[in-house]
Design a protein around this ligand. Structure first.
Ligand code: SF4
Length: 159
């Protein structure tokens, strides 16, 4: 799907799932938010369902930075890659999968057909995410599950 097609789908949608950090919630791993005027403008008049897969799965804020290991979000969902804390290597795969499932549940419960997600996050990235120290093309775990489930995923950087 092209950027223009995604933007058109967003314009036509009524209910939108949105990464909570883009709405100004201070839920990032470093305790910061990523509030975006561009996102707010794109969501004007829509029903917004905020999600934060990582805090939703019980990870606190602030929390250790997590990277994917062995592949992108699709590989994590397939059991072929993991989500691990960057410094300690502690495995957080179960929490990342749980967070993704909760986001999908929210989309279904509220009838969201489109999700606007924060780029480059190991959960929410739709075009790029970190595998180890490398930024690679691909989706984070939540973006991968939403995409596989028919939700149109749009990066905040595509708006
Ligand atoms: S990018 Fe996703 S997981 Fe990370 S803080 Fe934002 S909403 Fe939460």
């Amino acid at each position: 799907m092209t950027r223009e097609e995604k933007r058109a789908a967003l314009r036509e949608s009524r209910v939108v799932l949105v990464s909570a950090c883009l709405l100004g919630h201070a839920c990032r791993y470093d305790g910061q938010s990523k509030g975006s005027d561009r996102v707010s403008q794109a969501l004007a008049g829509k029903e917004v369902v905020p999600i934060c897969p990582e805090t939703g799965a019980g990870m606190g804020t602030p929390r250790p930075a997590v990277v994917l290991r062995g592949g992108t979000g699709e590989a994590v969902l397939a059991g072929q890659a993991q989500a691990v804390e960057r410094e300690s290597g502690q495995d957080q795969t179960a929490a990342f999968r749980r967070g993704a499932e909760l986001a999908l549940e929210a989309a279904r419960r509220f009838g969201a057909t489109v999700a606007v997600l924060k780029e480059r996050s190991p959960s929410c990235g739709t075009q790029g995410t970190y595998v180890g120290e490398r930024l690679v093309q691909g989706r984070g775990v939540t973006a991968a599950l939403l995409h596989a489930s028919g939700i149109i995923t749009v990066s905040d950087e595509e708006l």
